[in-house]
Design a protein around this ligand. Structure first.
Ligand code: PMP
Length: 359
């Protein structure tokens, strides 16, 4: 038998739970299956985006542009921000890891709402810092008064997920501004806006507007959701050049592949068409939420491409019932189920099970 290694690992790794990806759907005797467990975009790539990626693949023997110059310039033009305020990474989750590496270690605290994005506790724990989780309100929204009270002199970073994964509501401008006024200016407030393009609530806070006057605000966004590039891994950060510079120092060399850079640039060129697809998903979201509410479900406001069902102890049974119809969803045992908005046929299958569940 192979002997156990005597390698010494950092103690903070001991209780790190592995990130659980959304399950693929189970097979159902030849019937179509659908994945509504990872908040992916159900649409296939647009032809121009695919062609740009295929062309870029011809250069796979070369390293990508480490500075991602063309992509940074395209983002700079798109958002009207200088290149010095931008960083790209292999998904916005990579940028989150880099910035935590740049800011916290043993003894530091990172405050965020809970439940929120599953990657937060893992990313924080890997640095040796401590997560301070502040329960959401009854409407599944951030409780900023409680978050303010949770800040101590050990707090270096606050993570704000808007709209919140997995519950759906956005953070409003007025509540965030009041919170920022109360937070010490040496605490970095990260706005994770992965689902920003799905937001239709006019009172939403917009990180890109906000960071210009607030050097302790960093915005994270991604090409994974609205732009449909989840498989290519491209996200970006927008913030003060010192904060962005610290992230860049921690980034893996040549992280974002040339194919991913090319697809992201092409996506910005066909953004209008991509955002029309987002509009269809938003229309589907409206239909799904209305149908659920009409059949007795209490669904929190969702400004994302998913809905949250507060199922408590019924979580696992419900997700298995949906799975039996060939649709995978995301259960958080004991808490609730997150269901992505997919193609109409997938949403219909999910709604059939959900409406029957409540009758
Ligand atoms: N933030 C939130 C809130 C998310 O839900 C996700 C994806 N599940 C991410 C960040 C990461 O996205 P990516 O790394 O694909 O850009």
């Amino acid at each position: 038998m192979t002997p156990d290694p005597e390698v010494r690992f950092r103690a903070c790794l001991d209780d790190v739970a592995a990130y659980k990806p959304g399950r693929p759907p189970a097979r159902t005797d030849g019937r179509p299956t659908y994945k509504l467990s990872s908040n992916e975009n159900p649409y296939p790539p647009l032809p121009g985006v695919l062609a740009a990626a295929v062309q870029a693949a011809e250069q796979m023997n070369r390293y990508p542009d480490m500075g991602a110059v063309e992509l940074l310039e395209a983002l700079s033009a798109r958002f009207g921000v200088p290149v010095s305020d931008l960083a790209v990474g292999t998904g916005s989750v990579a940028l989150l890891y880099h910035l935590l590496q740049a800011t916290v270690h043993d003894g530091d605290e990172v405050v965020y709402a809970w439940r929120s994005f599953e990657a937060y506790p893992i990313a924080v724990q890997l640095t040796g810092a401590t997560s301070v989780q502040v329960p959401l309100t009854d409407e599944a929204r951030h409780d900023f008064k409680a978050m303010e009270a949770a800040i101590t002199d050990r707090t270096k970073v606050v993570l704000v997920c808007t709209p919140n994964n997995p519950t759906g509501p956005v953070v409003h401008r007025d509540e965030l501004l009041a919170f920022l006024d109360a937070v010490p200016s040496n605490v970095l407030v990260v706005l994770d806006e992965a689902y920003r393009e799905f937001v239709r609530d006019p009172d939403v806070v917009d990180g890109v507007d906000l960071y210009r006057d607030r050097p302790n605000v960093l915005v994270l966004r991604t090409f994974s959701k609205a732009y449909g590039l989840a498989g290519f891994r491209v996200g970006y950060a927008i913030g003060h050049p010192d904060v962005v510079g610290a992230i860049r120092k921690c980034a893996l060399p040549f992280g974002v592949s040339y194919v991913a850079q090319a697809a992201a640039i092409a996506s910005l060129q066909v953004e209008e068409e991509l955002l029309e697809r987002v509009e269809s998903l938003v229309a589907e979201r409206t239909r799904v939420v209305a149908t659920l509410r009409a059949s007795g479900w209490e669904v929190p406001d969702t400004q994302t491409n998913f809905v949250w069902l507060d199922l408590g102890e019924e979580t696992v049974a419900f997700s298995e019932a949906v799975q039996a119809e060939g649709v995978s969803v995301r259960p958080f045992p004991g808490d609730g189920v997150r269901v992505s908005i997919g193609e109409p046929e997938a949403n219909d299958l999910f709604l059939q099970v959900a409406c029957a569940w409540r009758s």
